[in-house]
Design a protein around this ligand. Sequence first.
Ligand code: HEM
Length: 550
Amino acid sequence: MANISVFNLEVFGVAKWVVDVVVGLLAIACLCIYQFLQHKSSPGPRAWPIFGSTFELLGNLNQLHDWILKYAQQYDTFRVSTFLSNYIFTVDPVIMDYVFKKNWKNYGKGKVISSQLSAFYGNGIFISNGEQWEWHRQILQRQLFSSIHTKYNLDLHIEAGIEVSSMLIQLASKGTKEIEMQNVFRRMAFDTIFQNVCGVKLKSLSSSFLEIDFIKAFETAKVQTNWRTYDPFWKLKRFFLLGPEAILKENLTFLDEFLYKIIERRRNEVKDQNDALQDVNGDLLSRILLLFKDDPKVDSDQNIRDVIVNIIEAGRRTTVEALCWTFFMICSHPHVETKILQELSKIMEDKGVCVPIQNGHNTKGNEFFMNNVATYAHLLNHDNLSEMHYLHATVTETLRLYPSVPCIAKEALSYDKLPNGMRVKKGDFVNVVPYSMARMQFLWGLDATDFKPERWLKDGLFQPESSCKFSTFGVGPRSCIGKDEAYVQVKMTIAILLWFFKFKNVVGQNVTYQQASTLKMSTNGLLLEFEPRDWQDLCGSKYVKLTSAT
Ligand code: HEM
């Protein structure tokens, strides 16, 4: 009996070991078969067992959007499985319509994204769903489109254009001929969006290019938060406050303290204001504190802080990318520049306005030049801007080919089936890819990859396209709320800078994008040659006549 027992135990021991191995192998085999079947039913890059396409994806991170484009050109909709998640990419307007409009409630910000990003975004519009999202959207919608805020915002963009012109003319008079514009626009956009939201000037443009602590903290906190989406061990690092998590905490503490002080100060100012003064403050914070003072959520500094952080983040980089790429495209297509200038010239002439601009700024000095800039800039308003159809087409064509948000991700909140039959599991990401959509011949014709502002014009008037085709601002209930504001800023900046300065791409620079959530230009940015414009060259006798009449 004893022998049998020992024998049985031995046999059992070996069998358990074997069973463990066999069960393990079977599990891997099942996973491989599952992945194989999933991959067979959903086209895309080659998927290896367990790791899926992780290595191919990582190998292409620097040119991610063109890697996605390569597959989008083969399959309108395809799947990329990775070690961490499943991603579906699509350029199909029908699927976009379904995910963003018809079944949009199923595609939001899931638990994974929220837990990774909430340290930075709080419960703000970007990562909330349901009632919380509705509250944020409603507050922003009512304020961003109020006439007092749009006027306040217009003035900010005029002042920003004047400030950049002042900086350029000062540099030019010291003999500087080249400038890296991404950094200029980055500072300009941060200053304007911060003042737009908080009513406070950060002055990063006029600070002799010193870094402003708040901007540094904001940008660092955003980058470190983003790293969580790539790092499976971020929770562990947060627990032990290691590396990136320590940096994140330090910067968030600074950022929050700074914002809470502003909120407190503004609350006190608003408390002292009577209703007659309601229309004085145009910044978003004042408007919200004034107009929603009976809303209990507005009592919470945390909620207000979340509104501020989310809107700054929404507006700061997107407009920088739009400005950089538009300037790059204008400089690469001189005929486009000429047409924009003709349009500006015509608008001024039609108004019967004589802008007192001298021929050659150097003869009368920077002060005279800047007076002209200020006079011209203050003539621009929403009406003029909406008459600039060619400029509007140029900005739109740039945003088509170089969308500030090149890939819009939505997380499936429950199982679903897309209109093309592809299955979507809870937690899968469905990504609509404006960068690829712009290059699809079936959407834009044989010249899809060409830069042609004219494709947006009919008899000189701008013709919009469906948002499921021109997907740069998204579509449906969660589409971009700041689209109009973005156009005002980009058009205003171009209308001022291009009128007073001549820009040229510096020869030999390799302008491309870097891996980021927006289509940021690579670390060298955008190097442009610049000089004040010679008006006789530009407008010939007609403009001189106009000028000499003043
Ligand atoms: C060229 C500039 C801009 C582009 C290309 C752009 C694009 C986008 C895109 C693609 C989305 C996501 C849509 C979706 O998920 O369905 C978005 C959302 C958003 N954008 Fe913009 N945006 C720009 C400028 C701005 C500005 C200046 C502001 C604010 C002043 C702003 C505020 C927002 C907000 C608050 C959301 C979140 C909407 C929500 O979830 O309900 N955007 N934007």
